[in-house]
Design a protein around this ligand. Structure first.
Ligand SMILES: C[S@@+](CC[C@H](N)C(=O)[O-])C[C@H]1O[C@@H](n2cnc3c(N)ncnc32)[C@H](O)[C@@H]1O
Length: 384
């Protein structure tokens, strides 16, 4: 039997039977849409951008069951798979669920905690297993392209040695790597959010060129344009399934609200009076430095007590650290406000506790940024 070599963090020559290799001809109902596999999918922010650009999301893999619950609710035709990608057997788990499928694109947002490069070329350290899982998926499925997304800091880790090692492994797989730092605000996202992307493109297609920015300082989508229509939640916290205020909508608001009738995930946090008082002292666009001496002393770091500016994109949405406040109201943004600043449409509903919802929203690739990359990838698929 022909054996296919595949990357593995334990044995670089682990073999997988060729008989289980993906094969388009054996798919009884091949999809016309290009297909995507999402590794470390979270609730599916990155996937959503691809879906909006006309891709079919075959499967999303994560080991956070709460993230997968929200994925499942919002992607009815996608396999939502609870698999630990640090385990060598993860690919068997995937194949037993999706069968033989052509995967055109792999997208992946592995967490970068615990990266290690302890000796020369010591990338096979188990702590890097999550990256190695992405490379083994590429080796197995041979997609036309793949995208690895990470935080900005990844670029400089070990003085760039991690990224250059990943790129060298990508080349060995016969893909051309290209990397870039993108800021979401430059692609119509009402948020300053830097993310580092590595795109591997099948060798014969050359090097991927990143999409050109569509927005700049003069045309950024502001917080007000993104969330200004949502009910204030100053006098009542709101209900899980609620009603919209009838107000004139911005272009962004029209698009993100779509035909949604009920407003979900827009329940305000019940702050203590003294917290509201401190927040009220922070001017629009200000932070802890604007507080009088002796107030807000417990939190003094760049992001602390930051109030968004109505006329600018928001700061980077985090996983719920409660450092950022609405540009006008004396409270932290609701899940829906943060979801909008991340460009999730209002029809995308987040499930689980508020802590979970914050984590899912904050971890996501803004769908609109994903979409910009997806459209660019589509051009390469057409060329193929
Ligand atoms: C930055 S988030 C990805 C967000 C996602 N790309 C999106 O756009 O919504 C990273 C994800 O990796 C998942 N993860 C971390 N370790 C994992 C592992 N060993 N196996 C599978 N998933 C893992 C986390 O649960 C988390 O959802």
């Amino acid at each position: 039997m022909t054996q296919l070599k595949i990357f593995s963090h334990e044995s670089p020559t682990k073999s997988i039977s060729q008989s289980s290799k993906n094969n388009l001809k054996s798919d009884p109902m091949p999809s016309k849409k290009p297909t995507v596999l999402d590794l470390f999918c979270g609730c599916g922010g990155f996937s959503l951008g691809f879906q909006q650009a006309g891709f079919e999301i075959i499967a999303g893999i994560d080991n956070d069951k709460e993230a997968l619950f929200t994925l499942e609710k919002n992607f009815k035709d996608t396999h939502s798979l609870n698999i630990d990608l640090s385990k060598q057997s993860w690919l068997d788990g995937l194949l037993s669920n999706i069968g033989k499928k052509q995967i055109d694109i792999i997208i992946a947002g592995p967490p970068c905690q615990g990266f290690s490069l302890t000796g020369p070329r010591n990338f096979d350290d188990p702590r890097n297993s999550l990256y190695l899982a992405v490379l083994s998926a590429v080796q197995y499925f041979k997609p036309t392209a793949f995208i690895i997304e990470n935080v900005k800091g990844m670029k400089g880790l070990y003085n760039g040695a991690i990224v250059s090692e990943i790129c060298s492994r990508i080349r060995k797989l016969k893909y051309n790597p290209n990397a870039s730092l993108l800021n979401a605000s430059n692609y119509g996202v009402p948020q300053f959010r830097d993310r580092f992307f590595i795109v591997g493109l099948a060798e014969e297609l050359g090097y991927f060129t990143f999409p050109k920015p569509t927005h700049s300082q003069e045309t950024y989508v502001s917080c007000e344009a993104a969330i200004g229509d949502l009910p204030s939640r100053e006098y009542s916290l709101g209900e899980e399934k609620d009603v919209y205020d009838e107000v004139v909508l911005s272009e962004f608001q029209k698009k993100i609200k779509g035909s949604q009738k009920h407003l979900f995930n827009h329940v305000a946090t019940n702050h203590k009076d003294f917290v509201k008082e401190v927040i009220s002292m922070v001017p629009e666009g200000g932070n802890y430095k604007d507080l009088p001496p002796g107030i807000g002393e417990s939190r003094k770091f760049n992001e602390a007590w930051t109030r968004y500016h109505s006329k600018k994109p928001s700061r980077t949405i985090d996983t719920g650290h409660r450092n950022h406040f609405h540009y006008k109201y004396n409270r932290v943004p609701t899940i829906r406000e943060n979801a909008r600043l991340q460009t999730f449409p209002d029809s995308f509903i987040f499930w689980g506790s508020k802590t979970v919802q914050n984590r899912l929203v904050g971890n996501a690739v803004p769908p609109m940024l994903g979409q910009a990359l997806a459209y660019k990838i589509k051009k390469y698929l057409a060329e193929k």
